[in-house]
Structure formats: structure tokens, C-alpha cells
Design a protein around this ligand. Structure first.
Ligand SMILES: Nc1ncnc2c1ncn2[C@@H]1O[C@H](COP(=O)(O)OP(=O)(O)OP(=O)(O)O)[C@@H](O)[C@H]1O
Length: 389
């Protein structure tokens, strides 16, 4: 079945797509959720600005869904407070919170038509047939499903069902829309297309969107603010660019990108015009130079360098690279062509540690590499990010 896309014209013509005048931010203040002995969310404090797109990102079981369900009111808060705008909502029933939730499996009513599914929220609010009619029509046009209005969900593709779910959530014009892995049921190409449309709708509606995802590419593409969670706690909050370029912990560096991580002990910290220049003594590799905001000499820490920030130099004639900071020799153990990018796996000659280098395939075509080849691997201190924990 061909996918109908949202079109700019449909969206621009719609009165519904005027920004939600009363979009509200969400604030969590020291929020904890326990299930018996299990601490699902621990002392979480977070502000999500009004009208922004926030992604809660983290591995399975880190507490993302629980956090969202507490905001929606589907889960009681054990401790702490949640505010929508200025209003404390701890005790408000879900229907009074002015939020809407879009579920992973879409949770459409199977026996209702697309029209009836989308109309449902307005009916529950007691709007008359005459008032519902133009709003449903308009919403179906926005999501490009007008011609499917009388079909049942099982007669739609996954992408179309996803749009019905989105239309059903948006039609009541909630102040906050909560989305639980909304793209996970779609195949790769549709997922990429649909996330662009989701972002466009969020911008045009000016609504606060909070989305749960375990996929960092999705979070990078969609979010104004990414909240990286681990074991019920927040590890880092930042823009996609900050999370990508400046992870603050080993967990974030591992989870959000192809980072090479080195563990060691801080041997010196020098403050200069660009911040802190930190020396990290790494067993087997000597001293690495990295940059960070704060470090304390004598503490155990780590640093990371992204796979695309390494530089490789052939060592065909010289067995060892001349000694220098942030340089080591490594053997290429695998070369994986993935299209635009080629991934090169290396093994440090001294420590046996595995490293990853990523290059544009076209660049590698100029200076080909071969499995088994020994190369000098180097990187600048500016690209080497200090990780305090
Ligand atoms: N009703 C429950 N009773 C007991 N433990 C629960 C309950 N719901 C969630 N948990 C536990 O709380 C923790 C957080 O769960 P949560 O569903 O919020 O994680 P998540 O990050 O959304 O994971 P996923 O990506 O797999 O959905 C997990 O350890 C989970 O097992």
C-alpha cells in the first residue's frame, strides 16, 4: 500500500497548526519511583522547556517509560513533585493533566474506523457532532489520511496506523504530548521519513513533545534536549550536539556514539586559555592529553575520542611511530564497508585494546587500507574528551 506523506501545503493551510498558545513546560523535582525493592527512577530533577522536543534516551530498563508514565499520570509518584507549567500535578487524574500519550503499539481501537479513532478524544470531551466534524476532517488532512477515514486499523500499513495514533493524540491539542517509542514498529526507511514529519509537526504546533527512545540517531534527529538515563538516574542533559561532541561520562560516551575510551589516572591538570588541559596516565600507552571542564589529579578517570576524529598514517617502513602524545601503533583487524562510511577496527600493538576508526568511504579510496596492516593512530588533545566518571 503506498504511503501518503504529510505535505507542507496541507499543514500550512490548517488553522489547527497554529502554535498551541498555552504550550507548557514540564518540571520534575526530585522524583523517585519504587516498585517494592526496585528503584525504577531515582531522585530525578529535570526541566523541559515549553514548546521543546525532549527525548528520554537510554538502554532498556533505565526508567524512561516509568518517567513518562508518571508525567501522564498512569503511574503514581513515590516521592517528589511534577509540574506542568506552574501547576503541581501529582494528584491530578490523567484526563485533567492536558497531556496525551501515544503508545508504542499505537493502541488503536481495532473495531473503530480511522475517523472514529481520531474523533474519540473530542467525543470524550463532550464536543457535539457538528463541532467534531471539521476538526477530524482537518486532522486527517494534516496527517495525509483523508482517503482512509472509513477503514479499520488492520486495513492500514504500519506507517498509516502510526499517523492515526498521532492524529488521535494531537486532536485534543494537549499542552504536552508524550510519545513512547513511536517509530519502533516502522521499517528503517519509513522510520527516517516519519521522524522528519514528526519534528515538523512538533515545530508547527509548538507543543511540548516528550519522547522515549533507546535509539540515539532518533534522539539526535528529533530533540532540542536529550536526557540520557542510566539505572533510573540522569547521566547527562544537553542538546544533541553537546551529547555527541562532549559526553560527560563513560556511560554516555559508550551509549551515544562510536567513542574510543581510555581509562587511567589523572596525572596533571593545567588551566589555560581554552579551559583545562588534562594528562591521563593510561597503563601500557603512557600519557594521553585531553580537555575537560574539571579534573582532580590522582583520581581514576577516562577520556574518549570519537571514531571519526582519529587520524591514521601508514607505517609500512617504520615499525614504531616516533614517540608523541596521543599516538600509538595498531594493527587493522577488520574493514567494514557500510556505504557512505567505512568502519575500520584496530588493535593496539602494545595493549591489545580494540579501537574503531570511521572514515568517509571516498576518502579511504584515495589512501586504501588493508587488514593486517600496521598504522600509526593519532588524535589531537582538542578531540580527546575527559570523562570524570
Ligand atoms: N510494574 C512494575 N513492577 C516492578 N518493576 C517494574 C515495573 N515497571 C517497571 N519496573 C522496573 O523498573 C525499571 C525501569 O523500567 P522502565 O519500563 O521505566 O524502563 P525503560 O527504560 O522504559 O525500559 P524499556 O526501554 O525496556 O521500555 C526496570 O528495572 C523495570 O523492570
Amino acid at each position: 500500500m503506498p504511503e501518503t506523506q504529510f505535505t507542507s501545503a496541507q499543514v500550512a493551510d490548517s488553522a489547527l497548526t497554529q502554535p498551541v498558545a498555552n504550550a507548557k513546560g514540564v518540571t520534575l523535582q526530585s522524583v523517585t519511583k519504587r516498585y517494592g525493592a526496585v528503584v525504577a527512577v531515582e531522585n530525578l530533577t529535570l526541566h523541559i522547556p515549553a514548546g521543546s522536543y525532549c527525548c528520554l534516551l537510554g538502554p532498556s530498563g533505565c526508567g524512561k517509560t516509568t518517567t513518562m508514565r508518571m508525567i501522564a499520570g498512569h503511574e503514581e509518584i513515590t516521592q517528589g513533585d511534577i509540574y506542568i507549567g506552574e501547576t503541581r500535578i501529582n494528584e491530578l487524574p490523567p484526563a485533567k493533566r492536558n497531556t496525551a500519550m501515544m503508545f508504542q503499539n499505537y493502541a488503536l481501537f481495532p473495531h473503530k474506523t480511522v475517523w472514529q479513532n481520531v474523533e474519540f478524544g473530542l467525543k470524550m470531551r463532550g464536543l457535539s457532532q457538528a463541532d467534531r466534524q471539521p476538526r477530524v476532517e482537518e486532522m486527517l488532512a494534516i496527517v495525509g489520511l483523508s482517503q482512509f477515514a472509513h477503514r479499520k486499523p488492520h486495513m492500514l500499513s504500519g506507517g498509516q496506523q502510526q499517523r492515526v495514533a498521532l492524529a488521535r493524540a494531537l486532536i485534543t491539542r494537549p499542552q504536552v504530548l508524550l510519545l513512547d517509542e513511536p517509530l519502533s514498529a516502522l521499517d528503517e526507511s519509513l522510520r527516517v521519513k516519519t521522524r522528519g514529519e514528526l519534528r515538523k509537526l512538533q515545530r508547527q504546533f509548538g507543543m511540548t513533545f516528550i519522547q522515549v527512545t533507546h535509539n540515539q540517531d532518533e534522539a539526535y534527529a528529533l530533540a532540542d534536549q536529550i536526557v540520557v538515563m542510566d539505572h533510573g538516574r540522569i547521566d547527562q542533559v544537553g542538546t544533541p550536539q553537546e551529547i555527541f561532541a562532549k559526553p560527560i561520562s563513560q556511560f554516555v560516551a559508550r551509549f551515544t556514539g562510536d567513542n574510543n575510551i581510555f581509562m587511567g589516572e589523572v596525572s596533571s591538570v593545567v588551566h589555560d586559555t581554552q579551559g583545562h588541559l588534562i594528562q591521563l596516565a593510561v597503563e601500557g600507552l603512557g600519557t594521553l592529553l585531553c580537555r575537560g571542564d574539571f579534573a582532580q589529579a590522582g583520581t581514576q578517570a577516562a577520556c574518549c575520542v570519537r571514531a571519526d576524529r582519529l587520524k591514521l598514517r601508514s607505517l609500512s617502513r617504520v615499525a614504531e611511530p616516533e614517540p608523541a602524545v596521543n599516538r600509538l601503533s595498531a594493527r587493522i583487524t577488520a574493514i567494514e564497508f557500510t556505504g557512505y562510511i567505512t568502519r575500520v577496527t584496530l588493535m593496539s600493538e602494545k595493549t591489545g585494546a580494540e579501537m574503531l576508526y570511521k572514515s568517509r568511504t571516498t576518502d579511504l579510496m584515495q589512501t586504501p587500507l588493508a587488514e593486517g596492516q600496521v598504522v600509526a593512530v593519532e588524535w589531537s588533545a582538542a578531540d580527546c574528551v575527559f570523562l570524570a566518571h
